[in-house]
Design a protein around this ligand. Structure first.
Ligand code: B12
Length: 287
């Protein structure tokens, strides 16, 4: 066998779950569970799962305690399931992370967001295709659909926040996640999603009940002019506070609105929190 065919064999998944179970000396169902909870990387082929030999050897040599649910790299497992397009397996990883003690907000910030960041880096390095990224996003949307209700708070909210990604930015997951985090902080959120024209921001914010602020995000480079135009239109027509943030915010947009730019989800939550406190105490003074 040539070196080339040896290395191809080592990266191509070739072992069935029965063969992997034999090699590990465990029951078939145990290996199946390792795969469906993202602990052992595998790909679906011909109605079954195939495991790669190198990954299996690494798994076999990992000390048992790191195979337990404590101190687990949940985002690595989730990334693997997202790239496999395995919705049920991805949800298993999320459920297992919550059983281990993670709150839903930590699932978003410490598991899902880093898993997506790895997929973005793998795309940038040419290791995964746009099709892989689209499929991973489709699974992500379904996971968010299942996690979302956990952020619902009963009773009167602190007011409404309108969120959207600017026109030209096709990334919808950042506003979906930010919306849930803000709902969990007691706000009503009107999520416009991706590619939102200025008129949509104005319509939604103009008719919102107890509007607190508008959040504008972009994950796509070269959208600064659109961000600045959107912020200016909202300030001019509605005069309400605006927060901007996301991977696509460039130096021009940041320089135009330095006081309003946030660099992380945590900063974004803090910014809206402070705006809400000021708005609520101002309302109390005029009441
Ligand atoms: C999924 C994805 C896509 C999907 C989006 C599908 C969808 N319906 O959403 C598709 C395939 C369409 C796509 C397209 C593109 N993508 Co893309 N994509 C991603 C990926 C992998 C995940 C994005 C995501 O959902 N992240 C999850 C959220 C939680 O993470 P987050 O961005 O950190 O979001 C938080 C912040 O925004 C923060 N925040 C901070 N301040 C504020 C303020 C406010 C108001 C708000 C709301 C939030 C906020 O809070 C958010 C919530 O937690 C990222 C990689 C990454 N690192 O994120 C690349 C990434 C964003 N994409 C990138 C690129 C280059 C593109 C493309 C140009 C090329 C391509 N890959 O196809 C096109 C652009 C299309 C366009 N015109 O918009 C780059 C962007 C680099 C840059 N700044 O230019 C990234 C970073 C990948 C990379 N490493 O290069 N992409």
């Amino acid at each position: 066998m040539t070196d080339e065919s040896q290395s191809t064999q080592s990266v191509t998944p070739t072992l069935t779950l029965t063969e992997a179970a034999d090699q590990l000396g465990v029951h078939y169902m145990t290996v199946y569970r390792y795969v469906r909870t993202g602990r052992l990387p595998a790909v679906k082929a011909g109605g079954g799962w195939l495991v790669n030999k190198v990954a299996l050897d690494e798994f076999a040599s990992t000390p048992t305690k790191t195979k337990s649910h404590k101190n687990v790299d949940w985002h690595v497992r989730l990334c693997d399931r997202l790239l496999a397009g395995d919705e049920a397996g991805a949800w298993n990883v999320i459920e297992a992370s919550m059983v281990s003690g993670l709150e839903p907000s930590a699932v978003y910030l410490e598991v899902l967001a880093p898993a997506l960041a790895s997929i973005g880096s793998a795309w940038a390095a040419g290791e995964v295709s746009i099709a892989d990224e689209h499929r991973a996003t489709a699974v992500t949307n379904r996971l968010i659909g299942r996690l979302g209700p956990r952020f619902h708070r009963p009773g009167q909210t602190r007011g409404t926040i309108v969120l959207g990604a600017v026109s030209g930015d096709l990334h919808a997951v950042p506003t979906a996640i930010a919306s849930d985090l803000l709902r969990g902080s007691g706000f009503t959120v009107f999520d416009l999603g991706a590619n939102s024209p200025i008129e949509s921001f104005l319509d939604a914010a103009g008719s919102a009940d107890r509007l607190i602020a508008v959040g504008i995000t972009s994950s796509t480079a070269e959208t600064d002019d659109q961000i600045i135009a959107t912020v200016n239109a909202i300030k001019e027509k509605l005069g309400c506070p605006v927060v901007i943030g996301g991977h696509g915010i460039g130096s021009k947009a940041r320089a135009a609105h330095p006081e309003a730019t946030t660099a992380s989800a945590t900063e974004m939550l803090l910014a809206f929190d402070q705006i809400a406190e000021l708005a609520i105490s101002a309302r109390a003074k005029t009441a």
